[in-house]
Design a protein around this ligand. Structure first.
Ligand SMILES: NC(=O)c1ccc[n+]([C@@H]2O[C@H](COP(=O)([O-])OP(=O)(O)OC[C@H]3O[C@@H](n4cnc5c(N)ncnc54)[C@H](O)[C@@H]3O)[C@@H](O)[C@H]2O)c1
Length: 310
């Protein structure tokens, strides 16, 4: 298959490109390098079945492909809040352009949506049928509402043009090739621990998160793409095991053997207190579930961060 991966030079995209090439596909990666980097794709750049194109998906793209994975979008608050207008454009104009391409080529298209569509949820764990509680005018809205609008576009293309869509709601995922400075909790803690500096916790650390290892997510994403046409999603994928932020910090300090202490700071605006996926749909319809334990995944991630520190 000839597969387009937008945002393929980013954290998740680079893992996805690598796996798709490994499975024998021809992969075209499109990225504007806003947060992604060629370094994430170093091993693929000379591969005969891999091609990298510098392109911003807010502009139309004309190529021939069989499948599209639409991952392009800065994903961490630090990055998506730097240029919020561009973030919304990437989600909305990007979706329109990629759906247009899917319609013209007859390609199946998967959207990397997010648990952020649930906002600060009143339902716990979050099920796909929950519509969410999202602030439309806050500093996270460019991302949350952009992703919500992208989902709307996907379902309108499905209803109106019969485009084959797959909408995947991704929960907190971590692993090698995360950005060292994107402010996400796992990368933050590991970088701080490796530098023996204080691990910063926003709030009192009792807020819980669930962390999915990247390999588990990529397996589920590819699995979902090849599922029957009628399975459009939205489907949640993530790891339902919950940890408090304080527990995560303590684990990272232990696994790195760091001398770091923990420092508490004020909670930022709209930070959700709890986030946990209900993955019964993915389990029932795709036979999918995460298999990597948090410690196992942290060890691999710490190894990666040590390697880029040298
Ligand atoms: N990592 C997670 O925990 C997580 C959770 C939920 C959803 N997601 C979604 O998965 C996708 C990938 O996330 P990630 O963690 O790999 O983030 P990332 O920032 O590492 O990757 C995003 C990639 O998109 C590229 N990009 C941004 N704007 C673009 C544009 N206009 N045109 C072309 N390329 C552009 C960036 O340069 C980068 O390579 C995103 O859509 C994100 O919203 C990720």
């Amino acid at each position: 298959m000839r597969i387009l991966v937008t945002g393929g030079a980013g954290f998740l995209g680079s893992h996805l490109c690598r796996e798709l090439v490994k499975q024998g596909n021809e992969v075209i990666c499109v990225d504007n390098f806003y947060t992604g980097s060629k370094n994430n794709l170093e091993d693929l750049l000379t591969h005969k079945n891999f091609e990298l194109i510098r392109h911003d998906i807010t502009f139309p793209l004309y190529i021939e492909i069989d499948q599209i994975y639409n991952l392009a979008c800065p994903a961490s608050p630090i990055h998506y809040q730097k240029d919020p207008v561009q973030t919304t454009k990437t989600s909305v104009h990007g979706a329109i352009n990629m759906l247009g391409l899917a319609k013209r080529t007859g390609a199946r298209i998967l959207q990397a949506s997010t648990s952020e569509v649930y906002g600060d949820p009143e339902v716990h764990p979050q099920v796909e049928s929950y519509w969410g509680k999202v602030n439309p005018i806050g500093i996270r809205s460019c991302y949350d509402e952009g992703k919500r609008c992208a989902e709307t576009l996907f379902f309108d293309y499905w209803r109106q043009h019969h485009t084959e869509i797959k909408v995947l709601r991704i929960f907190n995922t971590y692993g090698p090739h995360m950005h060292p400075d994107d402010g996400r909790v796992v990368s933050n803690f590991i970088v701080q621990a490796l530098n023996n500096s204080d691990l910063t916790i926003y709030g009192d650390g009792s807020q819980t998160r669930s962390f999915c290892y990247v390999d588990d997510l990529i397996r589920g994403m590819i699995n979902f793409m090849s599922s029957p046409v009628a399975l459009t999603g939205p489907i949640n994928m993530g790891n339902p095991s919950e940890f408090t932020i304080l527990e995560l910090a303590e684990k990272v300090i232990r696994l790195t053997g760091s001398r770091s202490k923990i420092a508490f700071r004020n909670l930022p605006q709209d930070d959700p207190k709890q986030r946990k996926p209900d993955i019964s749909l993915a389990s029932r319809d795709l036979g999918w579930g995460p298999t990597t334990e948090l410690e196992e995944g942290l060890i691999e991630t710490i190894k990666y961060f040590r390697s880029i520190q040298k």
